[in-house]
Design a protein around this ligand. Structure first.
Ligand code: FAM
Length: 435
């Protein structure tokens, strides 16, 4: 949308001036010491990446441009008769740092509807894939196959000035976000249903409404869940493998489609996108052996048994956060309101009241409270999305909001190609011995 792009142009300009002054003053300031353990430990807690869109606060959870998640739930515009924020609004917020008004959100909905058509070759390609090909591999391939239409790639070939790169990345980002719901739905319907995505895009509706109906469920509650889901998973600062992959690949000025396709490869890994399913497997295990109504004493016993066999309780604990994830609080209140009688929801509540005390008693975890995955899978199951292999695809649709916002800023700020220095164990030992 025209206005959003203009607003962005002035924001980027302003920000670049601020950064330039800051770097002149502090370019040589030491931020943090690097230890040997950080190098061997997946660079955990190494502050070496720049992400403007969001940041995780250990006490407050994810903050989108400085707004805590609860504030976003309150402040972001809702659909008529809806209670959940429209993800179009969080996209506006991540891009500009401002809470949009309803008209600004509406403009993005219209723009995404207008750009939503998926090229025929992508649809055909998806149809030729065997049903055994994992949905994430299909998603990655479908996104890569959009790269032929990249406006950024064309502009780059035409040697546009570096200062205008972001404008073309913006165009690709808008196109990609517009098409993702249909692509996800095509994968879903091909793999698990009749192979037909029902219904045309309705340009009077919001992004999530169209997405929900493509998936095959038009119910107002499911649409609301999709709005909440996309808002919840839109961004998670920059160091997670999805965002980092996307940023790394795009830093070589590869086009947004290829960068996001690579990010989908990262999300496909069980350590990244597998957690929704882990919670469901755990609930299935409990209920298949003990039914749905497990009394508290028995539940405590089963949880201890599980822990003693050195397994983790999925849906609890966090690497950074030190309190209940506010995003889980939002999922949980959605569940309590819309599916209070769902037997899994009841079991989740029993766990919610029991697990933290047990984890505290066990004395190992840094955070005994729920993370974002504690209820996510239960909610999707309730509305008929039963196929756990598909869950990362849904995260992939949502996370494009954050990854694309940041990519527009990466190019707007003219960030260089990523090229950290690697080191061998031998050289590292030598370096340490010389100290
Ligand atoms: N149940 C049992 N033990 C747990 C635990 C849990 N839910 N969470 C952490 N621990 C253990 C952990 O295994 C470690 O034990 P060891 O010292 O024996 O290795 C100890 O407590 C300290 O861990 P920590 O520092 O508190 O957490 P980490 O930063 O190492 O790990 C998680 C963070 C999320 C990987 C971990 O809490 C976990 O495995 N949780 C369960 C799985 C889960 O819910 N994953 C989804 C995470 C989600 F938020 C996401 O990222 N999508």
């Amino acid at each position: 949308s025209h206005n959003l792009k203009q607003l962005l142009a002035s924001k980027i300009d302003e920000h670049n001036k601020k950064v330039s002054t800051f770097r002149k003053l502090h370019g040589g300031t030491v931020v943090q010491n690097l230890t040997v353990d950080m190098i061997y430990g997946g660079m955990r807690s190494l502050k070496a990446l720049l992400t403007e869109t969001s940041e995780i606060d250990p006490e407050k959870g994810i903050q989108f441009r400085g707004y805590a998640f609860e504030e976003c739930l309150k402040l972001l515009p809702k659909a008529t008769n809806g209670e959940q924020p429209l993800p179009e609004g969080v996209f506006f917020l991540l891009l500009t740092g401002e809470i949009p008004n309803e008209a600004q959100v509406e403009e993005i909905s219209r723009e995404w509807a207008r750009r939503s058509e998926v090229p025929e070759h992508v649809e055909k390609t998806l149809k030729t894939f065997p049903k055994t090909l994992h949905p994430m591999a299909q998603m990655s391939a479908a996104i890569a196959s959009l790269a032929g239409d990249s406006k950024f790639a064309k502009a780059f070939a035409n040697k546009v000035p570096k200062s205008s790169y972001w404008e073309y990345v913006y165009e690709d980002a808008m196109d990609l976000l517009a098409k993702l719901p249909k692509i996800a739905a095509m994968i879903y319907r091909n793999l698990y249903k009749d192979g037909v995505v029902h219904g045309e895009i309705d340009s009077s509706k919001d992004w999530s409404s169209n997405y929900a109906s493509f998936l095959g469920n038009n119910s107002p509650q499911f649409i609301e869940l999709i709005r909440l889901y996309n808002t919840i998973y839109c961004d998670h600062e920059g160091g997670n493998v999805i965002a980092h992959t996307c940023q790394l690949v795009a830093s070589s000025l590869s086009n947004p489609y290829l960068a996001y396709s690579a990010a989908m490869g990262a999300l496909a890994g069980p350590l990244a996108g597998g957690a929704h399913a882990e919670v469901l497997f755990f609930l299935n295990k409990l209920t298949s052996e003990h039914g749905y109504d497990i009394d508290e004493e028995n539940l405590r016993f089963l949880l201890w048994e599980h822990l003693i066999s050195s397994q983790v309780i999925p849906g609890y604990g966090h690497a950074v956060l030190r309190t209940t994830d506010p995003r889980d609080t939002a999922f949980r209140s959605f569940g309590l309101k819309h599916l209070p009688n769902n037997p899994y929801m009841k079991l989740c509540s029993a766990l919610y009241n029991t697990v933290p005390d047990i984890l505290i008693e066990q004395g190992k975890v840094k955070n005994p409270y729920t993370n974002v995955e504690a209820h996510s899978g239960v909610l999707l199951q309730h509305f008929g999305i039963q196929e756990v292999d598909f869950y990362p695809v849904m995260i992939g649709v949502a996370r494009a909001i954050g990854c694309m916002s940041q990519m527009i800023w990466d190019r707007g700020m003219g960030l260089p190609i990523e090229r950290p220095k690697s080191i061998s164990t031998e050289s590292l030992m030598k370096l340490v011995n010389e100290k």
